[in-house]
Design a protein around this ligand. Structure first.
Ligand SMILES: [Mg+2]
Length: 120
């Protein structure tokens, strides 16, 4: 069973993602509410996949992505973004993000992207 770490400062987004991922048969091994906590939990839990919100307090998803990729260049990270954050998306691509999901999150799209990334 593949393991997933959810990093998002929005409780609602964590709940939506967690429900979809668990319904897919994945194991949500941890949740974090900012980029710093996300990085620390990544190192501790070594999940197969990370979902990473971009806009968060303390440390952004982009900074956290860079730290995770520095720790493990093969880490699989899906960035979660609000609409209209094109600049952030381009930076995340350069930093090695696998894929993107846009809020509001739709179950079918989450399933499609997560399945695709885990199959790589
Ligand atoms: Mg956020």
């Amino acid at each position: 069973m593949a393991t997933v770490l959810i990093v998002d400062d929005s409780r609602t987004s964590r709940k939506i993602l967690g429900d979809v991922l668990r319904n897919m048969g994945l194991e949500v091994v941890g949740e974090a509410v900012n980029g710093e906590e996300g990085f620390l939990k990544y190192k501790e839990l070594k999940p197969d996949l990370v979902t990473m919100d971009i806009t968060m307090p303390v440390m952004s998803g982009l900074e956290s992505l860079l730290l995770i990729k520095h720790e493990n260049a093969n880490a699989k990270v899906i960035m979660i973004t609000a609409a209209g954050q094109k600049e952030n998306l381009m930076q995340a691509v350069k930093a090695g993000a696998e894929e993107f999901l846009t809020k509001p999150l739709e179950e079918a799209e989450v399933r499609r992207v997560v399945t695709e990334v885990l199959a790589k």
